[in-house]
Design a protein around this ligand. Structure first.
Ligand code: D41
Length: 680
């Protein structure tokens, strides 16, 4: 059978479109078509390939997941060795590094230009492209010999199967780090924990474990990413001299490059960069363990060369470790707002991830069993980012003879009610409900917190005292507190008591969304509370809504709908709401008709790299305010919100050309705050 030229052309066009949109989505984080359109193109490709299987090629987006699992990984020799990095832990070591470079290059007092990269904590890999097609993926291994993981790397969406455009070397070896973003890691472990399976110690181990799978389908199910940081073999065309420009070239060819990469004019700027990135470390979406500082001129790199496998032109500045050893002194059991009983490890204080840690979570009963941890054990503590420190493993070889078993309580340590779990759920809960003082305290703390009723001056310690002394039993009692009662509390005086009474008074004027959130309904966070308020407009409508009606709200599924309906069915909940209203808590109704939403009828486009907000959050918040968020700029667009990199952003340039209003992320945040969609 002869295949018509048009079938081949169609196929090529589809592949090219899909590869391009994949790049827009996974690498640029800036899709230009809706997901549904992508799915449609993908389906068209699959159908065409099913009809003409002989036309299926390895760079087809349909071929990311291979079929048969391997029996072993083949060995790969790196023709250009993958070098290792020397470490620096102090500023002085960076100054020494700079001095050595100047001396060697005989550039006495000249400034050396450097490129600063975040040092991603993942697995170093090499990707070989021949004529623009991904031919082989390999681990770094010992730098000379690695493992062939081609099948696995092909499943990673941010790795191009075919380079973009035609302007690339015949042979191009791209090097980079494969890593698992923190959120994917947390979700993966959360699922494992729920299923009673083994968890990964950190995102790096999770990435390594996911990559070293003989069955690439497992790799495909894990959310891995790859960031390119240099090149190895390059044949048939010269790349730019500056390392930073090589990265720009790689980005154009389809690779993800860290948006944090910066060129520094001299070593002092590098030191500044290290300090700034260190401050930003916790807020990044992925783990980093330092900064890699590289001489930016590749000509100078070549002149400097390397010693014993480490380049003289690069150094890794390491941040404080996020994992440390310490001793488990005791385990206590905390009861949360929903009754969940959480085992908390009391530790010999240890400096980890930049702070001193003396408590860490042990999550739940199963986790204690899985870790096989005993009191007195030496444990590994991990503190990464803003998450609570965790006990990730036990050094069994160091167990003292005096070690004691951890006994999970069968009755609540606070109120004595039975502790039970829903079969299949890992969480054990105190069944005492609001009889339990711990649950009541937590409910009151939540109610008064900043994002809920925002009662200024009512701190956790004060709530505990007030409950302990029997002055308040529920949140409704807060509003009958007297100045004299408050003034008599520890660390309170007449003035702070008066201020708190005023704050309580001020909190009475609130919004429906805040009030709903403050009630502490299971699974109803800030966003869900806001969605409920916007959808129903008033509290009475929510009270009478059944599960089906609740599921009409964006992002409310059967589980959330069930908890909400259940909450409002309890006579006790209604009593509480009525007494709060009787105490004077009030809010304006929310206008629900779409036409009345503040941004109704407006079309926004959101583009570029965002910092504080996520782009998906910006989109959602704009939509909640009634705006339409479109993928591309046209004369119908009212406003283009541009994150970082505006100068080269095509949508920004188009907006300017068409005379359409633009705003920065900061301006958007300000607008969202003014419209009440975001808190301070
Ligand atoms: O992010 C990283 N982990 C990273 C690793 C990076 N951003 N740059 C790197 N640059 C190099 C040289 C200077 C040798 C090209 C590296 C590594 N090497 C590296 N990764 C593992 C061993 C060495």
């Amino acid at each position: 059978m002869t295949i018509s030229v048009s079938v081949q052309e169609n196929l090529e066009k589809l592949k090219q479109q899909l590869n391009y949109h994949n790049y827009r989505y996974y690498v640029l984080d800036d899709p230009t078509i809706p997901d549904a359109e992508y799915d449609r193109l993908f389906k068209a490709l699959q159908e065409l390939e099913a009809a003409h299987p002989e036309l299926i090629s390895s760079d087809s987006p349909s071929q990311r997941i291979g079929e048969a699992p391997l029996s072993a990984f083949a060995q790969v020799t790196h023709e250009v060795a993958m070098l290792s990095l020397d470490n620096a832990f102090e500023q002085q070591q960076l100054l020494d590094f700079n001095r050595r470079i100047r001396d060697r290059l005989k550039l006495a007092d000249a400034d050396i230009e450097y490129a600063c990269d975040p040092k991603l904590d993942g697995i170093a890999v090499s990707l070989l492209y021949r004529d623009g097609i991904l031919e082989r993926g390999a681990t770094r291994g010992d730098g000379t010999t690695g493992e062939d993981i081609t099948q696995n790397v092909r499943t990673i969406a941010s790795i191009p199967l075919r380079l973009i455009g035609t302007d690339f070397p015949e042979l191009l070896e791209v090097r980079g780090e494969i890593y698992m973003p923190k959120q994917s890691f947390n979700e993966l472990n959360e699922r494992a924990r729920e299923a009673g399976q083994k968890t990964f110690v950190n995102p790096r181990n999770a990435a390594a474990g996911s990559l070293r799978q003989l069955d690439a389908r497992i790799t495909a199910s894990r959310k891995l990413q790859m960031c390119a940081y240099s090149v190895g073999r390059v044949e048939g065309r010269e790349l730019p001299d500056r390392h930073s420009e090589v990265l720009d070239t790689l980005h154009r060819l389809g690779f993800l490059i860290s948006p944090e990469v910066q060129v520094a004019a001299n070593i002092d700027d590098c030191i500044d960069y290290c300090r700034r990135l260190g401050e930003k470390r916790d807020s990044l979406a992925y783990d980093i363990d330092g900064v890699v500082i590289k001489v930016n001129s590749r000509r100078l790199q070549a002149e400097l060369g390397f010693v014993s496998r480490a380049p003289r032109w690069a150094i890794a500045y390491k941040f404080p470790a996020q994992e440390e050893l310490t001793t488990l002194l005791d385990v206590e059991f905390q009861v949360g707002r929903t009754g969940a009983v959480t085992p908390v490890a009391r530790l010999q204080p240890v400096f980890v991830g930049g702070v001193t840690v003396s408590n860490a979570t042990l999550h739940n009963r199963d986790e204690i069993e899985r870790l096989g941890v005993m009191i007195g054990d030496t444990v590994i503590i991990r503190r990464a980012g803003d998450v609570i420190p965790q006990v990730v493993s036990v050094v069994k070889g160091r167990r003292p003879p005096s070690a004691q078993a951890v006994v999970f309580p069968s009755s609540c340590p606070v109120c004595g009610s039975p502790v039970e779990n829903t079969p299949g759920e890992a969480v054990y809960r105190c069944t005492g409900g609001l009889v339990c003082e711990a649950q009541r305290k937590e409910a009151i703390k939540h109610f008064s917190s900043r994002k809920a009723m925002d009662i200024d001056g009512l701190g956790d310690k004060l709530v505990e005292q007030l409950v302990d002394q029997g002055l308040i039993h529920s949140v409704a009692d807060l509003f009958s507190l007297q100045t004299s009662q408050l003034a008599a509390m520890e660390r309170m005086g007449q003035k702070s008591a008066e201020n708190l009474i005023a704050a309580l008074e001020a909190s009475k004027q609130t919004t429906l969304a805040r009030f709903l959130f403050a009630l502490g309904i299971r699974e109803v966070g800030e966003a869900t509370a806001r969605a409920l308020a916007n959808h129903f407009g008033n509290l009475e409508a929510i009270i009478v809504a059944d599960e089906e009606a609740l599921q009409q709200v964006a992002d409310v599924g059967p589980v959330v709908a069930h908890y909400v309906a259940e909450f409002f069915h309890q006579p006790h909940s209604l009593e509480l709401i009525r007494s709060l209203q009787a105490a004077g808590i009030h809010w304006p109704d929310v206008e629900v008709a779409a036409a009345e939403l503040p941004l109704a009828g407006k079309t926004y486009v959101v583009t570029g790299a965002f910092g504080e907000l996520k782009r998906s959050d910006a989109t959602r918040l704009l939509q909640e305010l009634g705006a339409k968020v479109a993928g591309s700029v046209s004369t119908k667009t009212d406003c283009v919100v541009v994150g970082g990199g505006a100068e080269t952003n095509s949508k920004f340039l188009k907006a300017q050309e068409l005379g359409i209003a633009t705003m920065t992320e900061v301006e958007l945040i300000e607008q969202l705050r003014q419209l009440g969609a975001l808190d301070e």
